[in-house]
Design a binder for this molecule. Structure first.
Ligand code: PRE
Length: 304
């Protein structure tokens, strides 16, 4: 990529750190996931990096929904994972019992819920567009006493650390994805992942089971499955899923065709290298060679 990559900003967000961890030197901050992805849609940037999933709080709804319901189709082209640690920062040193208002991203406050209950009993928590936006707000206005953000965001704004390492779960990790305009997926690396959204038939008993059977029958391992409302009628859900493998591999291609045949609709959101770069285990009977040999056998039966 030659131009800047968009990210959920401002500078100092976890998204910014995730982008820097890729070696990218040229980033362009956007105030929300929606504006970061709109910038990809209208060509302002070639790609944007946004959070999609956290090991404690689960899926980032705004990202999942923007990718699913996009009139201009988008595609995930890579992923980055980042351990997340939170600090409580303020303009000046103060007793924790005197903190009355705290601003942060809702995913961040959710990851510090117990710490907040036990240590800031007098504080009300306010939502901010990102953790770094909260730090900037605390630094520039007197609206909030403190912010929960990455340590680096507090330092950027010369804020005082009231407490560090305040997450309830010290090993929390957030997964970010780089999103580009829809195009041809990059070549398989051997350690890829595929993301789709399946809209199952809501009027058929066992529709979700049939969807999952597509994976089981081809030895494809699901790594994330979550339901999101379809945004039509109450009680109808689509299923956002990640699974091991690349669309160019036979077991994944056949799974995707199976989904297409058995679901009401399928949105393909990309095949891309996993952050861990670990090749998935492929059971006997499901390798490329096994699928190729079966295809050759069938072609022979057909005389072709
Ligand atoms: O606000 C930020 O710093 C972000 O990058 C967003 C975000 C999120 O959406 O989950 C990223 C990581 C943390 O889990 C908390 C907030």
């Amino acid at each position: 990529m030659t131009g800047p990559i968009g990210y959920l900003g401002p500078a100092g967000t976890f998204a910014h750190q995730a982008l820097q961890s890729t070696g990218a030197t040229h980033g362009r901050p956007f105030p929300s996931v929606i504006t970061a992805l709109d910038a990809v849609r209208d060509g302002t940037v070639e790609a944007s990096l946004v959070p999609i999933e956290n090991s404690v709080e689960g899926g980032v709804s705004s990202t999942l929904d923007e990718l699913t319901h996009s009139e201009t189709p988008l595609m995930i082209t890579s992923e980055v994972t980042l351990p997340v640690q939170f600090s409580l920062v303020a303009r000046a040193p103060m007793d924790l019992l005197d903190v009355r208002s705290v601003a942060t991203h809702p995913h961040a406050s959710a990851q510090c819920r117990r710490w907040l209950t036990e240590n800031l009993p007098n504080a009300k928590v306010y939502d901010a567009a990102s953790t770094a936006a909260a730090a900037a707000e605390v630094a520039s206005s007197g609206r909030y006493d403190a912010a929960i953000c990455a340590s680096v965001a507090g330092d950027m704004h010369d804020l005082v650390h009231l407490a560090d390492g305040i997450a309830d779960n010290r090993d929390a990790t957030t997964r970010f994805v780089v999103v580009s305009p829809l195009g041809t997926p990059s070549e398989p690396t051997g350690y890829d992942k595929t993301t789709v959204v399946a809209f199952i038939h809501t009027d058929r008993p066992g529709a979700l089971l049939h969807t999952l059977q597509q994976f089981a029958a081809r030895g494809v391992n699901l790594t994330r499955l979550e339901s999101r409302p379809t945004r039509t009628t109450l009680g109808t859900y689509c299923f956002s899923m990640d699974f091991e493998g690349h669309i160019a591999q036979a077991r994944v291609a056949e799974t995707l065709m199976g989904l297409k045949r058995t679901c009401r609709d399928v949105v393909f959101l990309g095949s891309y290298p996993t952050a861990q770069r670990v090749a998935p285990q492929v059971d006997a009977g499901f390798s490329e060679e096994d699928f190729g040999a079966a295809r050759t056998w069938l072609n022979g039966l057909l005389g072709s």
